[in-house]
Write a protein that binds this ligand. Structure first.
Ligand SMILES: Nc1ncnc2c1ncn2[C@@H]1O[C@H](COP(=O)(O)OP(=O)(O)OP(=O)(O)O)[C@@H](O)[C@H]1O
Ligand SMILES: [Mg+2]
Length: 314
């Protein structure tokens, strides 16, 4: 199994590969990309990945968190302003669109964008032009990647997000998969962060006890990769021995009820071979590794399960 690293996007699960494939296909175009996904799934990482694989990679990658900037100054922040455009505008200031000219503008938390700014954003997306506050019409060659963990369609229905802007942003949509749906990436990600944080803390490379990794693979990770990263960093700092043990994990991870291991969720459109692989793997886990019990549960012969497992490893 190969490890995909596109500026540290670690993982090799089919779900992640599919997203990276689409990202790679979309990257060279100037199409707007909308990155969806729960908190901590790597949306910003994906946005940077798209920028790095585009013809604009030499240009700037400019990130704006739409929820962190108050509505009153967001317009000037995005589009810039002329000297004297408003009280306190002592000098002319370039906006983020101008900074991202020839590069990529990452609009994070786009679901929080005020309606007044949505109109202006739509115009740049459609016409490629905008007006700095108090200034004349100007142009910018900017590729937009937007991200949100909100259900934008629901925001449209609630009247909080413009439908025309939604369609204009949603040219190519990518969904960063939640970590609990691609547990097979957990060992790789753990390994990556153990290495990173040992280095950062000037420690020799720590190992990971098997029961610790088992626990990390069972936990539901509501905060996704960010939560896993924090848990690993903490464990590396607290670890007294030469490998991470259960004691190094926070209570919430150590004591959480194992997620209902008898249920697996698949998105509509999941390739059948992936459904089969995960079903076999989870059944085998429930059967505590007993292949004939698992085969019986799945209604296949023991020979068949051995063959399928062989194919999965091959
Ligand atoms: N596949 C991955 N491999 C390695 N690191 C990852 C991966 N996915 C996410 N991370 C790391 O997890 C953290 C969260 O990622 P990121 O900020 O891209 O998530 P996000 O989806 O933008 O989260 P939020 O919605 O909370 O803003 C970052 O430190 C990032 O480097
Ligand atoms: Mg983010």
């Amino acid at each position: 199994m190969s490890v995909l690293t596109g500026r540290d996007i670690v993982g090799s699960s089919p779900a992640l590969r599919r997203v990276l494939d689409i990202a790679l296909q979309a990257a060279p175009s100037s199409a707007t990309v909308l990155v969806l996904g729960e908190s901590g799934t790597g949306k910003e990482l994906l946005a940077r990945f798209i920028h790095q694989h585009s013809a604009r990679s030499q240009g700037a990658f400019v990130a704006v968190n739409c929820s962190a900037i108050p509505e009153a100054i967001l317009e000037a922040e995005l589009f810039g302003h002329e000297k004297g455009a408003f009280t306190g505008a002592h000098a002319r200031r370039e906006g983020r669109f101008a900074k991202a000219d020839g590069g990529t503008l990452f609009l994070d938390e786009i679901g929080e964008l005020a309606l007044s700014v949505q109109v202006k954003l739509l115009r740049v997306l459609q016409e490629g032009e905008y007006e700095p506050v108090g200034g004349d019409t100007t142009r910018a060659d900017v590729r937009i990647v937007a991200a949100t963990n909100k259900d934008l369609r629901a925001e449209v229905s609630a009247g909080r997000f413009r439908e025309d802007l939604y369609y204009r942003l949603n040219v190519i949509a990518l969904t960063a998969p939640p970590l609990r749906t691609r547990r097979e990436d957990i060992p790789l990600i753990v390994d990556h962060f153990v290495g990173l944080y040992c280095k950062k803390n000037g420690r020799a490379r720590l190992g990971v006890a098997k029961e610790t990794l088992d626990r990390l693979m069972e936990y539901s990770w509501p905060g996704n990769v960010r939560e896993l990263e924090n848990v690993v960093e903490r464990a590396v700092v607290l670890c007294r021995g030469d490998r991470l043990t259960l004691d190094d994990l926070p209570d919430v991870v150590r004591e959480a009820e194992t997620t209902d291991a008898s249920t697996i969720t698949f998105s509509v459109g999941t390739p059948l071979d992936e459904v089969e692989r995960r079903l076999i793997r989870e059944t085998l886990r429930q059967a505590k590794g007993d292949k004939s019990v698992a085969a019986q549960l799945l209604g296949i012969s023991t020979r068949t399960i051995y063959r399928k497992l062989g194919e999965m490893e091959g």
